[in-house]
Design a protein around this ligand. Structure first.
Ligand code: SIN
Ligand code: CO
Length: 406
């Protein structure tokens, strides 16, 4: 296995432009890819990233899997029996790399490694709001996770060794019972390809697939989130309830509470009073929301760090004026764990929302879209002192890093 991979370019410069043919997409422009394939049909791209090396070596991946902050799974198919365990895994808890038929999946590699983050950034022709994470799998010969389908879009990029992919739309999506992972009962493939390093397979949701390692193999899965209607509704109502609470705290006098001065005495005390149902119905009917509330919910929900994300503030932070000097020289970038989204009215940073003032619009949208600001650009924009105060705060929280190219 290679020790390191020097050839994944640093993130800001590799994002394909919507109308320019991109090697990553087999010379389709992102706009064409989105129109013809996205959420519609699979696409095999030979040499999407020619000369690629795994963003992490095998040992580096095993080291990540040994960490409490990282979500990892070990899937084995020894003697034709599926088993799954959740990490963290100390190195001696993983099977020998000489043993066949096992795979280690490491979720969110982009949150922990700059090379994995740079690889993920190549896919930013798709909105950040849809981006989930970059998972890296390591497998020994014969290893895989069985034939299954996912509910989200995925780019399966071969980064080391070979993997045989079989895939196709299925009429029957029923799963084998009693297994620790989702394996299809009757999988029928329409297509079969062996992917080599640099090759990539795009699969829309619900296309069944099975990838089997041919020798030692590593695959990067760039996955996109697609929350279900019930998840969205539940989370939105929760967001709305919090907002209502805030509004009520602000105007405690106007708290709307159930009242029943005309409740008669009852002979069936266990009966839910019809009056109660009717009145609570009319309180609920007053709950209203508009597009701004939906945007505010989506921005905060989708930029919220995953539960295992911990930011690393600088141990000895620069004071504000030294920070400004450093940024003038070498620029700044968003930390790899940071999510910064915006809409017309507000910006959303790691789950927090704030109004987008006219002044902030100038630099904030540029930083959000590019994820970095070069020193020279910062000098042009930094006439606004509220900008430097805010950026210094974000730096102290570990949300941004000085040096755009580090
Ligand atoms: C893998 O990399 O082994 C699994 C990826 C997938 O099938 O979604
Ligand atoms: Co899958």
């Amino acid at each position: 296995m290679p020790a390191r991979s020097p050839n994944v370019p640093s993130s800001p410069f590799a994002v394909p432009l919507p109308d320019e043919p991109a090697t990553l997409l087999g010379n389709l422009a992102p706009a064409q890819f989105m129109r013809r394939y996205w959420q519609k049909k699979p696409l095999l791209i030979r040499q999407a990233i020619p000369g690629i090396q795994a963003p992490l070596s095998r040992d580096e991946l095993f080291e990540l899997a040994d960490s409490e902050d990282v979500e990892s799974r070990l899937i084995t198919h020894f003697r034709k029996s599926w088993a799954m365990e959740h990490g963290p895994f100390a190195p001696d808890e993983l099977p020998s790399v000489k043993k066949r038929d096992w795979t280690l999946l490491v979720q969110g590699a982009n949150l922990h490694d700059d090379r994995a983050r740079a690889l993920l950034d190549r896919f930013r022709f798709i909105p950040d709001a849809r981006l989930d994470d970059l998972m890296i799998s390591y497998a020994t010969d014969g290893g895989g996770v069985g034939a299954h389908f996912d509910s989200y879009d995925v780019f399966l990029l071969q980064v080391h060794g070979k993997r045989r992919w079989r895939f196709g739309a299925q009429r029957d999506l029923s799963l084998k019972e009693g297994l620790p992972l989702k394996v299809l009962q009757h999988f029928e493939a329409d297509e079969e390809w062996v992917l080599e390093p640099g090759d990539m397979l795009y699969l829309p949701p619900h296309i069944a697939h099975e990838g089997v390692a041919e020798g030692e193999c590593m695959t990067a899965s760039i996955g996109f989130r697609a929350p279900s209607a019930s998840e969205l509704s539940g989370q939105f109502l929760y967001h709305l309830a919090e907002r209502l609470d805030d509004a009520r705290d602000a105007a405690a006098k106007s708290v709307q509470r159930y009242r029943d001065p005309d409740q008669p005495a009852v002979s069936h005390p266990a009966l839910l009073p019809p009056l109660l149902i009717e009145r609570v119905g009319s309180i609920l009917a007053n709950i209203a929301w508009n597009e701004k509330d939906v945007a505010s919910f989506l921005g905060t929900y989708l930029s919220e760090p995953k539960p295992n994300v911990v930011f690393d503030p600088p141990r000895r932070p620069l004071n504000e004026s030294r920070f400004i000097e450093r940024v003038k020289q070498s620029g700044l970038k968003l930390d790899k764990k940071t999510v910064l989204l915006y809409d017309k009215h507000a910006y959303f940073l790691n789950g927090e929302q704030d109004l987008l003032s006219g002044k902030a619009k100038k630099w904030l949208l540029e930083l959000a879209d590019k994820r970095y600001l070069e020193g020279k650009r910062f000098v042009t924009l930094s006439g606004d002192s509220s900008m430097t105060v805010l950026l210094h705060e974000w730096y102290c929280a570990g949300w941004i890093q000085v040096d755009a190219n580090a």
